[in-house]
Design a protein around this ligand. Structure first.
Ligand SMILES: [Zn+2]
Length: 159
């Protein structure tokens, strides 16, 4: 696990264009080829979005730090969420950068794990519409999760 000293954290935020809570906060210094900010931590060079996530929430534990805004340069912790590689691929697919996930069948799109993930990690930080777009389901489906419906009684809903 990476250690961020107070100096590291101060140095980090000085390189970020911090704006309003919902705006994108762009990295102002060097970036990696794919557009992710490049932050030096000790001898490591790590993506700035991972540093932003870890400084705010604690270790990412090897999971992917995904962008709800789809902008690699962004370091707003509210636009960052932790996903597995599969989540990352699905996210890319829902944004037209990969194979399209199946549509029309709610269960085929959201697995039980997805639902748990959404309820625990995404509902507190994101709108129904944004989560729905990410998973390729309607915002009313996400809203059902938000109203506390359990997996077993939301499976009847269409996507
Ligand atoms: Zn953003």
């Amino acid at each position: 696990m990476r250690i961020y000293t107070e100096k590291d954290i101060e140095r980090f935020w000085m390189k970020v264009d911090v704006r309003g809570p919902d705006d994108c906060w762009d990295w102002l210094a060097c970036t990696f080829a794919k557009g992710y900010g490049k932050f030096s931590l000790g001898r490591d060079r790590i993506p700035a979005s991972i540093a932003a996530y870890e400084i705010t929430n604690g270790p990412a534990n090897g999971l992917f730090v995904c962008h709800s805004c789809d902008r690699p340069v962004c370091c707003n912790p509210r636009h960052l969420w932790l996903g597995t590689n599969l989540d990352n691929q699905r996210d890319a697919a829902s944004k037209g950068r990969g194979p399209t996930p199946p549509r029309g069948n709610f269960r085929a799109i959201l697995t039980e794990q997805d639902v748990l993930w959404i309820v625990q990690n995404m509902l507190p930080n994101m709108t129904n519409v944004a989560i729905g777009q990410m998973y390729g389901v309607s915002h009313s489906t996400i809203s059902a999760l938000r109203r506390g419906k359990t997996w077993s009684n939301i499976t009847g809903l269409g996507a």
